[in-house]
Ligand binder design. Structure first.
Ligand SMILES: *[C@@H]1O[C@H](CO)[C@@H](O)[C@H](O)[C@H]1NC(C)=O
Ligand SMILES: *[C@@H]1O[C@H](CO)[C@@H](O)[C@H](O)[C@H]1NC(C)=O
Ligand SMILES: *[C@@H]1O[C@H](CO)[C@@H](O)[C@H](O)[C@H]1NC(C)=O
Ligand SMILES: *[C@@H]1O[C@H](CO)[C@@H](O)[C@H](O)[C@H]1NC(C)=O
Ligand SMILES: *[C@@H]1O[C@H](CO)[C@@H](O)[C@H](O)[C@H]1NC(C)=O
Ligand SMILES: *[C@@H]1O[C@H](CO)[C@@H](O)[C@H](O)[C@H]1NC(C)=O
Ligand SMILES: *[C@@H]1O[C@H](CO)[C@@H](O)[C@H](O)[C@H]1NC(C)=O
Ligand SMILES: *[C@@H]1O[C@H](CO)[C@@H](O)[C@H](O)[C@H]1NC(C)=O
Ligand SMILES: *[C@@H]1O[C@H](CO)[C@@H](O)[C@H](O)[C@H]1NC(C)=O
Ligand SMILES: *[C@@H]1O[C@H](CO)[C@@H](O)[C@H](O)[C@H]1NC(C)=O
Ligand SMILES: [Cu+2]
Length: 569
């Protein structure tokens, strides 16, 4: 009699405990209707694909531990998917979003519900379309507050403002990428950058819409800066104000102050700004960091206005805002100084023993014109077509099933698992590279990782066509950036400089131009994870690969079964 009673009480206790521990975690339901809407920018009205008619799309705010359930209804004329950039998606790879990697696209007229829990991440992430170039207008902030009742590791700011940097084309972005794919040339550059969807005062017909960020004297505002631009790393600064960096990519950082930020597309940075200047109006501004050589880029400047509410005299409120100076477009020194200030707030657990030591070269290439192509299709430099690769493999997406489905269902012929751990040819990566090495091989190749393996990847830029700062993003993971440098990575010399104590944790690393970065992580999340350059033009050209992390032992180390509404091709 006694024994069953104890078990019964225990069962009740477990039930109550689990209810209480999850009592604070919420399920947040949203509906995203993807549809074309007229959007007026730079003097003209254009139809653009939006979410719920908003550009940028809705900001989602959750607490660490919450579950998101977002039903995406596609009322546009394009295939679409949504990616939750930086969310770990533990065992829920089906909700990650890249088309033909973790799902088939949601076709026009269809819908799919993304379900996932955000656990152990705090700060700023974002969501964006992961299909063709739709993310030019289909994006928004994803803000993760601490668990209810838990504080920030800094004094609570008086306000919080997302600052989403974007890129605007007067042409339909889908037409821009289609033209580039057809011709083999570089795509047209954008016509403007934007802050929260608005180009700002320095562009024609844009003054009325300029974003105003309020501040009071003595007050602190948490700016959640996101680089949602398609193809351009950006500098960001605010006239006369210091920025205190407290986090990036939804991980906290050891705080430091700076005048200027650089964010590669995909990256986020949380900064505190204090109203410690004479009440007035100050521009915040962003413009290009351009590390590629002889490549056209959008050299315009987007602005918003930081405006003091209190004690502002009438004269000041109409005064022209003060413009900050921005680094030169090619100011790599400022970028290096900035990235050297990144540390985790305390000692962290970086893998020290490594099971999988990978070396990935990343860069561009040029394909000779195939004999059956007309000249019109070879409008790259000297009659070539642009391409890009990792370890000389130019990634090609499947088009009739996703890699994750093929992996889960054991369907052969979709991809191979022979993506090389090292470049097939060793050469002076950052030197004057022989033309015979410029043409990579197209392929749909994945690199397999055992569950739980401790992984190091050296990401090495190449100078083929041009060296460039590539923002390399890994889906499904955060990784420690243990070192960065210029030139060719040299294990003998550079390993001793690794920071294995308090390196920053990120989901996107801006690999120094003509240099390298070393990342480490534990492969504790099974699935098919896209690793790619977050300049959309480079992913279009093939600068991507798949890390295929196998299941471990038992249910908790295995990917969940696919949702019933997963779109079919
Ligand atoms: C790209 O720019 C060229 C030159 O300005 C122009 O002729 C072409 O129409 C543009 N392409 C798109 C898709 O807008
Ligand atoms: C802005 O307007 C001025 C004057 O109307 C015009 O000369 C200029 O070309 C326009 N600039 C852009 C970028 O459209
Ligand atoms: C931007 O580029 C255009 C043409 O490429 C050039 O005429 C202009 O001077 C540049 N503007 C700035 C601010 O560098
Ligand atoms: C940056 O650009 C300026 C002006 O265009 C040029 O004088 C300078 O040499 C460039 N610096 C580097 C490091 O490329
Ligand atoms: C060129 O030939 C290849 C096979 O050699 C074929 O796959 C491709 O479709 C052809 N392209 C054109 C434009 O005819
Ligand atoms: C194109 O050809 C010219 C002349 O041969 C050469 O100087 C130039 O470097 C080539 N450009 C590229 C990007 O290959
Ligand atoms: C998908 O396409 C590939 C290559 O075109 C083909 O080999 C494969 O059989 C197709 N798979 C399915 C599931 O239709
Ligand atoms: C790079 O190498 C090629 C061929 O080896 C040579 O013609 C060219 O002058 C070199 N360029 C530079 C900048 O050294
Ligand atoms: C890439 O592979 C192609 C085809 O085998 C070869 O011509 C080229 O030299 C290789 N390039 C590099 C950088 O390995
Ligand atoms: C849309 O997705 C389907 C697979 O679901 C694919 O067959 C089709 O080619 C895609 N359309 C475009 C325009 O990419
Ligand atoms: Cu790139």
């Amino acid at each position: 009699m006694e024994y069953p009673l104890i078990i019964f009480l225990l069962a009740i206790f477990v039930l109550l405990a689990s209810t209480f521990s999850s009592a604070n975690a919420k399920i947040c339901e949203h509906e995203f209707v993807v549809e074309a809407k007229p959007v007026k920018r730079l003097c003209k009205t254009h139809n653009r694909i939006t979410v719920n008619g908003q550009y940028p799309g809705p900001t989602l705010e959750i607490n660490n531990g919450d579950t998101l359930l977002v039903k995406v209804i596609n009322k546009a004329r394009y295939n679409v998917t949504i990616h939750w950039h930086g969310v770990r998606q533990m065992r829920t790879g089906w909700a990650d979003g890249p088309e033909f990697v973790t799902q088939c696209p949601i076709r026009p007229g269809e819908s799919y519900t993304y379900r996932f829990t955000v656990q152990g991440q705090e700060g700023t992430l974002w969501w964006h379309a992961h299909s063709s170039w739709l993310r030019a207008t289909v994006y928004g902030a994803l803000i993760i507050h601490p668990r209810e009742g838990h504080p920030y590791p800094f004094p609570k700011p008086n306000r919080e403002t997302p600052i989403i940097l974007g890129e605007w084309w007067n042409a339909n972005p889908i037409d821009v990428v289609r033209q580039a794919t057809r011709t083999g040339a570089a795509p047209n550059v954008s016509d403007a950058y934007t802050i929260n969807g608005q180009p700002g005062d320095l562009y024609n017909c844009s003054k009325k819409g300029t974003v105003v960020v309020p501040i009071d004297s003595g007050e602190t505002n948490l700016l959640r800066v996101i680089n949602a631009a398609l193809n351009q790393p950006l500098f960001f600064t605010v006239a006369n104000h210091k920025l205190t960096v407290v986090g990036a990519d939804a991980s906290y950082l050891k705080q430091f102050t700076t005048k200027v930020l650089m964010l590669g597309p995909g990256q986020t940075t949380d900064v505190l700004i204090t109203g410690d200047q004479p009440p007035s109006r100050y521009y915040m501004a962003a413009r290009a960091y351009q590390s590629a050589q002889n490549a056209p880029f959008d050299n315009t400047t987007t602005t918003a206005i930081l405006q003091y509410n209190s004690r502002i005299s009438h004269k000041n409120s109409v005064a022209k805002p003060l413009m900050p100076s921005l680094p030169a477009y090619n100011d790599t020194n400022t970028v290096t100084q900035f990235s050297r200030k990144f540390f985790s707030p305390r000692k962290v657990e970086v893998p020290t023993e490594i099971d999988q030591n990978l070396f990935f070269t990343v860069g561009l290439g040029l394909n000779r014109c195939p004999p059956n192509f007309s000249k019109k299709r070879c409008q790259g430099p000297n009659g070539t077509r642009f391409t890009a690769s990792i370890n000389n493999v130019s990634f090609v997406l499947p088009n009739n099933i996703s890699i994750l489905q093929a992996h889960q269902l054991g369907i052969p012929g979709v991809f191979t698992t022979d993506f090389p751990a090292q470049p097939p040819v060793k050469f002076d990566y950052t030197g004057n590279v022989s033309r015979s090495l410029w043409q990579p091989v197209p392929g749909t190749k994945a690199h397999k990782l055992k569950f739980g393996s401790r992984v190091q990847i050296v990401i090495q830029d190449t100078s083929i066509v041009t060296p460039e700062n590539h923002p390399i993003h890994l889906h499904g993971y955060d990784f420690y950036i243990v070192a960065e440098g210029f030139g060719n990575f040299d294990a003998k010399k550079d390993t001793s400089k690794f920071n294995l104590v308090d390196p920053p944790l990120r989901n996107t690393v801006a690999v120094p131009v003509n240099g390298w970065a070393v990342i480490r992580f534990v492969a504790d999340n099974p699935g098919a994870w896209l690793m790619h350059c977050h300049l959309d033009v480079h992913i279009t050209w093939g600068l991507a690969t798949i890390l295929l992390v196998e299941n471990g032992v038992g249910e908790l180390q295995s990917i969940e079964p696919p949702p019933l509404d997963l779109p079919l091709c």
